[in-house]
Design a protein around this ligand. Sequence first.
Ligand code: ZN
Length: 322
Amino acid sequence: MNTKNPTLPGLHHVTAITGDAQRNINFYCGVLGLRLVKLTVNFDDPSSYHLYYGDELGRPGTILTFFAWPGAPRGRVGPPQVTATAFCVPPEAIDFWVKRLAAQGIDAKSGSNRFGEPVLGFLDPDGMELEIIGADQSADSTAKPWLSGPIPADSAIRGLHSVTISERKSESTSELLTAVMGYESLGNEDDRSRFRAGSRDNGSGLLVDLLLVPELRHGTLGAGVVHHVAFRTPDDAQQAAWHKIIAGIGLNVSPVMDRCYFHSIYYREPGGVLFEIATSNPGFTADQPAAELGIKLMLPPWLEPQRAEIQQAVPPIQLPTV
Ligand code: ZN
């Protein structure tokens, strides 16, 4: 790998906050049909769950994760934050989702188009803004949606489509994406600017939208709010190269953190949103075989000695039956 020009072929995951782990599992597995690919704890706060959802293996670009803070008050959606997280489905599947969400009692806004693609907008049980977008990107040959859930194969979520990052000023974020992180500008639609990963790997989560909202009140962290967004890079060597690049432009970047399923560095982009660069390896089969992902609480080796205390601290949970 050429570490002089390291790549970021798209998103790795989005991490948000939920106030109720069980309700969160019921929604993302039971309603949206994602796979719970890992049940673990927040490594920085082992008394709370960290839930990971994704495609059949939780491939980078398909992953949505939640810190579960029981009873956490709602945050306020607003800049500078990721204010919407969009999933990708085949364009023909939009009608299926309009009907499915209605049947589940979820109020969804349909009929809008963004850059020529149909968008269905709705909220999760914590009030987090989600979108399902019908896109040809869903023809991605590497997509392996989770087919043991409630959604038929032709309509299942393929992975992340994009995130919408809301900012009061967007020039410096736009410049970071294009001049440093290798993204290309795809143009504007109203106050929204779209960027696509410059080095693509045919995976999901290729797009980032910047939404300029100079008048909106600042967001606050809490349930229903995105905590950070992660971009993927293939391996540790490329991540080390990114560390140098990000530090070199004067941003404060964390040391490499071992998240077991990937390695992470974090930095706040100039607008204030927390960005992460995560390695695509080793992935969620690092400690469980593919067939057994998400079926029990997994702990990293350094927390395993505290398993009994941790299991007492977290609420009991009913896992999906598939
Ligand atoms: Zn993360």
